[in-house]
Design a protein around this ligand. Sequence first.
Ligand code: ZN
Length: 376
Amino acid sequence: MPDIATTIAIKLIQRESVTPEDGGCQNYIESLLAPLGFVRTHVDTGGITNSIYTRTGELPGTLAFAGHTDVVPTGPVEQWQQPPFSAEIIDGILHGRGAQDMKGAIACWIAAIAELCGEYTPLPTLQLLITSDEEGDSIDGTIRIVEHMQAAATLPDAVIIGEPSCSNSVGDTIRRGRRGVVQVRATIHGKQGHSAYPQDADNAIHRAAPALARIAAIKWGEPSAGFPATSCQITNISGGTGASNVIPGHCDAFIDIRYNPGNSFDEIRAAIEAACADCECTLDFDHVATAFSTPDGPFLDLVCGSILRVTGTETLRDTGGGTSDGRFLAAAGIPVAELGTTNSSIHQVNEQVAVSELATLTAIYSDIIKHFEVLA
Ligand SMILES: [Zn+2]
């Protein structure tokens, strides 16, 4: 007989919820939380299922858990050893899409609350912020939940995000921030002409090459603590007609910048524009994700302390990986820690998680909730 967390994880995986579908997951979550005293607030937007589940606590302070019920597509079903939504346990391993990312973590958080409520443990106010738009565009997901909470003045004091943060064992890594992302589409303009008559043309590649070299050589300064240096990569370049005797009239380039919180979007845009100042060009900036970082302090100490008590593991406070919904919560001034299962099979065929990991994660979550205090 599986434990509570595993039982809930199975039920969630069996509800097919490929992004942006929720597949009935959040109604199932409501059926688990309502008997524990949670009230659900719907923040559905643009066809996305968003919910805030709130249980008013006996203790001061509000601790939130944020997560998503949507999963990425399965990929080739025939490559799965088990059907991706069957949620079978074989030799202590739970198989299925979402096992690590991140139905397993949602199940662990609910199991931890259920156990604490069953023990009549006094608790802070608890919120679950659940969206079905994390793996997709993230346009109508967590950001709408944050907007709702800002308007209603119900923002939490801190948030745990259940993203699979761990490398080899549960608790070895949390993410306390993420780099930001800026993408630039650059078109350098010239005048097309015959290569034998350069006086009548203006070679766009000749104009682009030094500008791109200047972009590649930009010094972005010292990275902020705990973050890798800002990386600016020219990822595509194209120009010319394919004929060797035609001077190109334009040259296109894509630039991808992963920036740490020591840099800002405005600073990045200004630096790229300055590098291109002497050519006629069109620069199209897309600020894909804002960098965020939760500083060392009581909340991260609490999370790492709980991990240490439960597992004996010293935790790496990391900022790696792509972006996450943490950026929307951090932008509202909320301390963010991402802590979930290991991430060895996320987005792959044969996604799976060890049942023992779910038990460990549940124990850590329980310890965090029990020791949560209002953060000064
Ligand atoms: Zn995820």
